[in-house]
Write a protein that binds this ligand. Structure first.
Ligand code: SF4
Ligand code: SF4
Length: 130
């Protein structure tokens, strides 16, 4: 008899990125790996060196690369790959591993804060600037 695969355990999360203004995409230090850069290069059909220069910058003295930012309409600045109007990632299928993994828990601290503030203010559209 063939071994059966275990059932995937559904992960229930207590946050909704669809109701959030992409706060985590505004973190100043979103680290990318060479594999992430290669994925972005493939997505944009450019070479690795171009992708690294265009979308990332060096973190001074630490030998790591961070996603570049630009001025944001909602928060001070955000990852340059964020669609600022829709508040969605423009490279979702090719986003870096750290973006896929975040928040790596069933809760998101910012979302809890946002939900609380929206309830308090009686405004479901309220944007909390943490
Ligand atoms: S801050 Fe939390 S709820 Fe908002 S987009 Fe990021 S993970 Fe989703
Ligand atoms: S790559 Fe996409 S998911 Fe990651 S920080 Fe930038 S906009 Fe957000």
């Amino acid at each position: 008899m063939k071994p059966t695969k275990p059932f995937p355990i559904p992960v229930r999360v207590a946050y909704s990125c669809l109701k959030c203004p992409a706060y985590c995409c505004t973190y100043a230090e979103i680290e990318v790996t060479p594999r992430d850069v290669a994925r972005l290069a493939g997505h944009f059909k450019i070479d690795y060196v171009q992708a690294e220069a265009r979308y990332t910058k060096a973190k001074a003295g630490e030998g790591i690369r961070l996603l570049r930012h630009r001025k944001d309409d909602v928060f001070e600045s955000a990852c340059m790959l964020l669609d600022q109007e829709k508040r969605r990632c423009t490279v979702y299928a090719a986003r870096p591993a750290v973006c896929r993994a975040y928040p790596d828990a069933s809760r998101c601290g910012y979302y809890d804060f946002l939900k609380f503030e929206r309830e308090q203010q009686g405004d479901p559209e309220y944007i909390a600037r943490a």
